[in-house]
Design a protein around this ligand. Sequence first.
Ligand code: UD1
Length: 351
Amino acid sequence: MTSKSIILAGGAGYIGSHIAALMLARDIDIIIIDNFANSSPVVFDRLERITGRRPKLIEADLASAQGAATVLDELRPHDIWGAVHLAGLKAVGESVEQPSRYYDVNINTTLNLINILDQLNATKLVFSSSASVYGAENKSPVSEEGVLSAANPYGSTKILNERLLADHARARSKWQVINLRYFNPVGAHPSGLIGEDPTGIPNNLFPYIAQVAVGRRPHVSVFGGDYDTPDGTGIRDYIHVDDLALGHLAAVDYLTNQNRGDVMPINLGSGHGHSVLEVISAFSRAAGKHIPIELVDRRPGDVAMSFANPSRAEKLLGWAATRSLDEMCRDHWRWQSGNRDGYRAAESNSE
Ligand code: UD1
């Protein structure tokens, strides 16, 4: 692993905070850049409680020219490895309603980060991409050769960012980029101190189930019971957020150990699928609670089945997901039951 400082752009968010916990525990020097648009400063207290170390923070909006200038000034004294880039907006429904905001924030953040790294002579970047880059026509398991075509503006910004990074890497011979395409990240740190804290009504299955189990919502709507799957509900490749974080560490290690300019997409998924009903019953067991459901129409844009072919990650990074669905549910529940309203209670009485 590197002795240089690694930038975690968007490092206070759900996935970033789990990467930060792992890196701090391994004595890796990190600098988090975040504007707390969809995350909480309480994460820093929690990271300190978990690891005994508090990461450096640059609070700035990387999408703006002014924010980027602040970041560059603050980074200049440091010896920078490169960045793990997780900064951006990520709500699919919101991206359909506000496409120009999604293009603006998600593309400008990357453009500014590229420029900052160039100015600092840093050439390594791990990008937080998504399985949403794969068009619905791909059959699962989906490999990195799958057809790219996004069903919504959020997914389009992921495809565009991958292309932008690839083009930049080709124009600068030393640049090395890994685009990590996540399948469905869920779960939480086993300490129960950090986890996913969506604003408003959750769009995704796990946080929705968790909020029903903790009594914040009456029932889970199951989107479609007539898919061509064994129990009629949609199948997805859920991956524990700690497995996902380990995938980022493996990507950082890979880039650290090679100097050849390169750009590569890599799937991070388990290679297995679980149905909506399987997830609900596993969560119910983990929480020791009945979870009421209501069967409703399919959600537009959803496919019956999506899971990864993760063999490239195994071959190149030596990484594979190991945590089971039961562990994902147990850890997600520990976080949600200990933090009913996410970070909000801790925000009002500073820890
Ligand atoms: C969604 C996004 C994807 C994003 C990913 C992040 C869409 C169309 N896709 O993927 O771009 O990268 O989240 O994790 O939004 N379900 C229910 N009831 C609910 C919520 C979900 O039955 O209240 C079902 C869905 O129909 C699906 C499964 O649960 O079969 C998982 O849904 P979700 O967690 O939203 O993930 P994806 O749709 O796979």
